[in-house]
Design a protein around this ligand. Structure first.
Ligand code: F6P
Length: 367
């Protein structure tokens, strides 16, 4: 098969320079930071692609510094490597005041030999890492915030409170998806654009400009093994989807679950859908599975910028005031009308049928 590679596509660098022209006073630091993040993602993509050949599969051995992260989850070798790549590629250039990662309990200070800058980055270096060993897509997620002015002025070390900014304050957010192709999906607050890594040029090329999420969908994603822990509004929504044509919705739905949120977010960005990892009663210590600052907020910003919606299930995700760096939260995102429906179900009083186990299995008695 012959393959025609179009040569007139923008590179990520070109795209960023053109975006910057909207802000004549901009220093270029922000663009430089995004390009460093993109380089980190290329490094991680390479490690993921080489897999076992590079000896990067499997768990991070205890003798190499431990095997459980701050979330109490087993760290993979690639989690640790990806975290190191992110730090090394972004710490040196003088654009960051500090950073925080899923893999580090405390904020990371920019080493003394480097200048400090105006921005904070929060990231999950390798999301969905349980998929690594089975060769299924994983990704990296990042969120860029402005450091508080007093941090910029004083150059002091960053503390947790500096990062506790609602998602509406994000300046940029994105993810890299290490799938059959490597993609970088980015928003700098002016829509969402997707770039595909050209492995020959080593450049991210603009292949998916101005992405928009369809407002309606017939596809949902949820880990159904948690069904017995779901709250009534979620049960109602899923039951109605499962009832398909014969139920309240009057149409059939399809279901998907990859267990890599980045991959699910990308599918939803490409063709619509709704993703739910709602608050549930499984573990009272965990109000949800996903992390607010480096999973829900950046993916939420991308969804909203693409015309979708991101929510806790009850209120818009991006308005939530964070209370801790590694805070977990219920997360529902995707096609706007479906997310709004789920929010509405949370507002509506729970009917007797929904709380009665006799009716919990089926939707026959609901509107
Ligand atoms: O980081 C959390 C994560 O790996 C997400 O990428 C994914 O959506 C979720 O966990 C999968 O959770 P579960 O193992 O419950 O299916």
């Amino acid at each position: 098969m012959s393959m025609t590679l179009r040569s007139n596509r923008s590179t990520l660098t070109q795209f960023l320079i053109e975006e910057r022209r909207r802000f004549p006073g901009a220093s270029g630091d922000f663009n430089a930071l995004i390009l460093d993040v993109a380089l980190a993602c290329k490094g991680i993509a390479k490690a993921v692609a080489y897999g076992e050949l590079a000896g990067v599969m499997g768990n991070h051995a205890a003798e190499d510094g431990g095997s459980v992260n701050v979330q109490g989850e087993t760290q993979k070798k690639l989690d640790v490597l990806s975290n190191d790549v992110f730090m090394q590629r972004t710490e040196w250039a003088g654009n960051l005041a500090g950073m925080a990662s899923e893999e580090m309990e405390q904020p990371y200070q920019i080493p003394a030999q480097y200048p400090r800058g105006n921005y904070l980055i929060v990231f999950d270096p390798l999301d969905g890492s349980s998929n690594i060993d089975v060769n299924v897509s994983v990704g990296s997620i990042f969120s860029i915030l402005r450091a508080p002015q007093e941090v910029i002025d004083s150059g002091r070390d960053v503390v947790e409170a500096d990062f506790l900014q609602p998602g509406t304050r994000q300046l940029a957010a994105g993810y890299a998806l290490y799938g059959p192709t490597t993609m970088l999906v980015l928003t700098v607050g002016d829509g969402v654009n997707g770039f595909t890594l050209d492995p020959n040029l080593g450049e991210f090329m603009l292949t998916h400009p101005k992405l928009r999420i369809p407002e309606d969908t017939q596809e949902f994603a949820i880990n159904a093994s948690n069904a017995r822990f779901w709250e009534a509004p979620v049960k109602r929504y899923v039951d109605e989807c499962l009832a398909g044509k014969t139920g309240a919705r009057g149409k059939d739905f399809n279901m998907r679950w990859i267990a890599s949120m980045v991959a699910e977010a990308h599918r939803i960005l490409m063709r619509g859908g709704v993703f739910m990892y709602p608050r549930d009663t499984k573990d009272p210590a965990k109000p949800g599975r996903l992390r607010l600052l480096y999973e829900a907020n950046p993916v939420g910003m991308i969804m909203e910028q693409a015309g979708g919606r991101a929510s806790t299930g009850e209120v818009p995700m991006l308005g939530v005031q964070p209370t801790s760096l590694h805070q977990r939260i219920g997360f529902v995102f995707g096609s706007k009308n479906e997310v709004e429906r789920i929010e509405r179900y949370h507002r509506e009083p729970v009917s007797v049928e929904l709380t009665n186990p006799l009716f919990a299995e089926r939707s026959l008695f609901r509107d």
